[in-house]
Design a protein around this ligand. Structure first.
Ligand code: HEC
Length: 241
């Protein structure tokens, strides 16, 4: 009972916090964590651009290899930089004290970030960095004001800045971004890249989701078949009464 009450309070507080932050409506995105090719592309971006600062310590490399159908030697060669033991979890070499000294905060573990935030939020976050000389990293973010995270995918997206229409100044939803210096990818391709990355983060947060859904469908089918048998049996038993 007490835990239930605590959970309730927790959820409402969490709800309030997310309401307070959700200044801009989030764009819906389509992700499919059964799409192995997309997850593989996302994994590649993740290990190259995120796994230096963020760990994903609930996930093992070997599980990714088998879930995403990546041959183990290829996995070790192309996707593992911190360790060569495929059974290891996705830890990072950076120590928490150093991270705190460099960024002021320790970058959070990303194992379940897609559940604590949402894929939509992650997509918005990763697409809304903009130049802001007042920040130590030189960038700010529309979804996470004053974030300590640098714009690590700048090479691909390029640099954007706040557009000059600030009617409703101070409100997140009146702000929009425009390109300052173009990156290597056109906007649509950068968005595809982030979509793959977010799909991978969603997979990380719940790797058993496809299995869970399959089992669910199996159980429902079984119940349907069983219902039919039970009905026929009932007809048979009550025939003479
Ligand atoms: C150079 C280090 C560094 C790299 C590389 C990096 N991040 Fe971060 N990230 C941070 C720091 C520091 C924070 C904490 C920001 C804060 O709390 O102000 C953070 C925070 C985050 C958050 C949480 C934001 C929030 O407000 O909840 C997400 C999500 C995230 N990073 C995703 C990523 C992804 C995805 C990548 C790879 C594309 C990545 N990061 C690469 C340093 C990094």
């Amino acid at each position: 009972m007490r835990t239930a009450a605590l959970t309730l309070i927790g959820t409402s507080l969490f709800g309030l916090c997310s309401l307070a932050e959700a200044a801009r409506p989030l764009e819906p995105i389509e992700i499919d964590i059964r799409d192995k090719a997309s997850l593989q592309r996302g994994a590649k971006v993740f290990v190259n651009y995120c796994l230096s600062c963020h760990s994903a310590s609930y996930m093992r490399f070997s599980r990714i290899a088998s879930d995403l159908v990546i041959p183990e030697p290829l996995m070790v060669e192309k996707l593992m930089f911190v360790t060569d033991k495929i059974g290891n979890t996705m830890e990072i070499a950076m120590r928490a004290v150093d991270a705190e000294a460099w960024f002021g905060v320790v970058p959070p573990d990303l194992s379940v970030i897609a559940r604590s935030r949402s894929p939509e939020w992650l997509f918005a976050f990763l697409t809304s960095f903009y130049l802001d000389p007042s920040r130590p990293t030189g960038v700010n973010n529309l979804e996470s004001r004053g974030t300590a995270m640098p714009h690590v995918l700048w090479e691909y997206q390029g640099w954007r800045r706040l557009a000059q229409q600030v009617e409703n100044a101070g409100r997140g939803d009146s702000l929009s971004l425009e390109m300052a210096i173009a990156g290597r990818l056109p906007d649509s391709e950068y968005k595809n890249m982030v979509r793959d990355l977010v799909s991978f983060l969603a997979y990380l947060a719940e790797p058993v989701k496809p299995l869970r859904q399959n089992v669910g469908i199996g159980v429902l089918l079984y119940l349907a078949v069983f219902l039919a048998i039970a009905y026929l049996l009932k007809q048979e038993y009550w025939k003479d009464i």
